[in-house]
Design a protein around this ligand. Structure first.
Ligand code: M6R
Length: 331
């Protein structure tokens, strides 16, 4: 049930602290992790779709940055074109464990002799059954079509693996998530009022904030039906800046890694009349301070809440967006 919440999505956003905590507790005592860490020493390919793909981006960015390890990240709907890449260790990330494209990539990988690690929220799902080793996120059932608590649970599990590989510790992610929701909810609601009439917007990020910019843009499109495009802040000047004009909204996903780069992007758009809004500490939507590694826990909730309120204020049901199903089991 929705309990005291008007929608499952809002409830599930608020369950993220618990989901993250349970996932961390479960993965840190999971005996399968030992074998997974051994497999991760070799060549690693990640396949996933949608929000799960964004969790894969967080993983590959952290491994590249901390360990100089290059992970091949494939959008599962495209992976079959490159079937020769689907070998060695393949991590398939899927909340439902039923996404057709991801399962197709897994089956090719298995034919190629790969070891498949499934990162899955639904026990007994097809991916759970077909993977050689399953690691479970402990988000509990997610009813809203928009993935929220499963995303931060996937990020938690994957960053836990990174922490084991690098020795860099994950510090109380659930507290960050809870404080992020508390801090940002009022701001997200007011900004939704301003943005709900817009047709189109950019969500810019850089480094650790880029996967969250993509994820924020996906949430906004999916439930509020406003076109939102996630883009690397520095890349925006190579074409997208042509869209900048009076009133065109640009959201910036903050990261501590290179504020100056984000500032430059802001000036480029603002000087052409764009409305620029920051999501982060000292932002137009305020989120807690954090280092780059913990950034998904602090800046994801504000984007989810913004998307949620935009949908609700426009009169749409955020739990059941048009044209979408919870599991995409078609080709
Ligand atoms: O069940 P999966 O994690 O494999 O689903 C993948 C995508 O279909 C899913 O994340 C989709 O993008 C969500 N509706 C996004 O909110």
């Amino acid at each position: 049930t929705k309990g005291n919440f008007p929608h499952f999505m809002l409830k599930e956003i608020h369950e993220q602290g618990t989901a993250v905590k349970e996932t961390l507790m479960s993965i840190s005592t999971d005996p399968r992790v030992k074998e997974v860490l051994e497999l991760l020493e070799g060549r690693v390919v990640v396949v996933a779709a949608g929000t799960s793909l964004h969790a894969g981006m967080v993983f590959s960015y952290a491994l590249g940055k901390l360990l100089g390890k290059d992970v091949i990240l494939l959008d599962s709907s495209e992976a079959y074109h490159l079937e020769k890449l689907l070998k060695d260790t393949v991590i398939a990330i899927s909340q439902s464990g039923e996404t057709y494209d991801t399962l197709k990539a897994v089956r090719i990988a298995k034919r190629n002799g790969a070891k498949v690690i499934g990162v899955v929220n639904v026990l007994g799902s097809t991916l759970d059954r077909e993977a050689d080793i399953s690691l479970y996120t402990r988000a509990g059932p997610e009813i809203g079509v928009a993935a929220t608590k499963t995303f931060l649970s996937q990020v938690t599990l994957l960053l836990y693996l990174v922490s084991r590989m690098s020795g860099v510790e994950l510090k109380d992610p659930h507290l960050l998530v809870e404080s992020s929701i508390r801090k940002s909810i009022g701001y997200a609601r007011s900004l939704a009022e301003r943005l709900k009439e817009k047709q189109s917007m950019f969500v810019l990020g850089t480094g650790a904030s880029l996967p969250i910019a993509y994820e924020g843009a996906l949430k906004i499109k999916e439930i509020s039906y406003v076109h939102a495009e996630g883009y690397p802040a520095g890349e925006a000047k190579h074409g997208p800046i042509a869209l900048a004009e009076e009133g065109f909204p640009v959201l910036i996903a903050w990261t501590p890694e290179d504020e100056e780069k984000l500032q430059v992007a802001k000036e480029e758009f603002a000087s052409r009349g764009s409305e620029v809004y920051w999501v982060g500490p000292r932002g137009d939507i305020v989120a807690p301070e954090s280092d780059w590694l913990h950034l998904p826990f602090t800046i994801t909730p504000p984007f989810q809440l913004l998307a949620y309120y935009m949908a609700v204020l426009k009169g749409y049901d955020p739990d059941k967006p048009r044209n979408l199903a919870k599991s995409v089991t078609v080709h």
